[in-house]
Design a protein around this ligand. Structure first.
Ligand code: DQA
Length: 149
């Protein structure tokens, strides 16, 4: 099982960025935990972070022939990006959306996600654990549908 993990804008600053909201773990810490979890689950991960919408779209498009599923924290693009949503629809790979913070508890503009309707599901509010729960959910989902490409 090969999966794409995508981190959107400003997530490269985790650990230093609003630690009261996003916690003290760095993106490297999160990625290290995801890699060992993936090893236990017998899955391969390609992990990528970008601050640029088009670059994230490029990566999603490229995943078509490389991966079977996508775990994504689209950051602020969650609330703005039709392009990222369309890319997920285009590749039609099972996608799980994750957020460190509970976006529904925050400013009104964060309550809406363009991504959620094209995702298998959304996990938010558990800090770095959102990623662990998201990866687990994605792998469970994919193994439940072994006939899907
Ligand atoms: C975030 C929530 C978004 O609203 C915000 O723009 C982010 C991080 C989260 O993980 O909680 O950059 O996706």
């Amino acid at each position: 099982l090969s999966l794409l993990v995508l981190h959107g804008p400003n997530l490269n600053l985790l650990g230093r960025r609003e630690p009261g909201v996003y916690g003290l773990l760095t993106l490297d810490d999160i990625n290290t935990a995801l890699r060992s979890q993936a090893e236990r689950l017998n899955a391969q991960l390609e992990i990528f972070q970008s601050n640029h919408e088009g670059t994230l779209v490029d990566r999603i498009q490229a995943s078509l022939d490389l991966h079977q599923g996508i775990l994504i924290n689209p950051g602020a693009y969650t609330h703005t990006s039709v392009a990222i949503r369309d890319a997920i629809s285009a590749v039609a790979l099972p996608t799980v959306e994750v957020h460190l913070s509970n976006i529904h508890q925050r400013e009104t503009f964060r309550h809406h996600s363009y991504i959620a309707p094209v995702a298998v599901g959304q996990i938010c509010g558990f800090g770095a654990d959102s990623y662990r729960l998201g990866l687990d959910a994605l792998v469970t989902q994919l193994r439940r549908q072994p006939d899907k490409p």
